[in-house]
Design a protein around this ligand. Structure first.
Ligand SMILES: [Fe+2]
Ligand SMILES: [Fe+2]
Length: 246
């Protein structure tokens, strides 16, 4: 029995592909087929696969149907986290998605999933991504207004994460793996409300995605930080091989 994670499938069986990187970077060529092959080699029916957001380019459920059917057909138990591109998934309608896909997919939002004696908790998260003002490659400033807007979204996501942790705690869990779609810190930070919460609840690992392309892979914390293991699992970073978490 194993726990695996990967993010950012960015499927587009029924929708327009919108990322230039996906058109030009060879890692995205036939990535759906490569990923399926890797899953079939690696993941057994009793295993759990957490998909860490940005599942589909579809703008609504009808544009995502084939993408979700593809995800349903992958081996193992599938748990999905919201990414910034998952327009089909209104956070307030998570319960109805869970009813609709009962027994096929589990949507992780304001709730948790059990895995052995661990609670898998999570939310989309958020982090300030600029604009930054650069001199050469050095950051000399940033857009204060955008930074304040980001702060509001960070607070909302932190509250959603707290609900996820507390719902698991109420059911008796004390061991946690934390999933975020966005990296836990901006390129300016080493700590954030998300790292503080991971530490306060003694999460063992923080798993995140969202960072695409060589120039973004090292934007946030990697490896051990204050005793917690941080790992980036965006699909292009892992070259479509799910990462074993436990
Ligand atoms: Fe993405
Ligand atoms: Fe993303």
């Amino acid at each position: 029995m194993g726990l695996f994670a990967i993010g950012d499938l960015h499927l587009h069986f029924q929708s327009e592909l919108k990322a230039p990187g996906q058109l030009h970077d060879p890692v995205w060529r036939n990535h759906e087929a490569v990923f399926r092959r890797n899953c079939e080699k690696l993941i057994a029916p009793e295993d759990t696969l957490v998909l860490v957001g940005d599942h589909s380019w579809g703008r609504n459920m009808s544009e995502c149907e084939k993408d979700l059917t593809y995800i349903c057909s992958l081996p193992g138990r599938k748990i999905l986290l919201r990414g910034n591109h998952d327009m089909f998934w209104d956070a307030k309608k998570t319960e109805s998605l869970n009813r609709q896909f009962d027994g096929k997919l589990f949507f992780l939002q304001n709730n948790y999933a059990g895995y052995q004696d661990y609670a898998l908790v999570g939310t989309k998260g958020y982090t300030f991504e600029g604009p930054f003002y650069l001199r050469g490659r050095k950051i000399v400033g940033w857009d204060d207004e955008k930074e304040q807007q980001a702060q509001k979204l960070i607070e909302r996501e932190a509250e959603r994460l707290r609900i996820s942790f507390e719902s698991a705690k109420k059911d008796g869990y004390s061991k946690f793996i934390l999933f975020l779609h966005y990296p836990p810190t901006s390129i300016l930070e080493r700590n954030s409300v998300f790292t503080a919460m991971a530490e306060a609840y003694h999460a063992e690992q923080v798993i995140y995605a969202h960072c695409h392309g060589e120039h973004r892979f090292h934007d946030s914390i990697e490896g051990r930080h204050h005793g917690i293991l941080y790992r980036l699992v965006s699909g292009d970073y892992l070259r479509w091989m799910p990462e074993r978490i436990l």
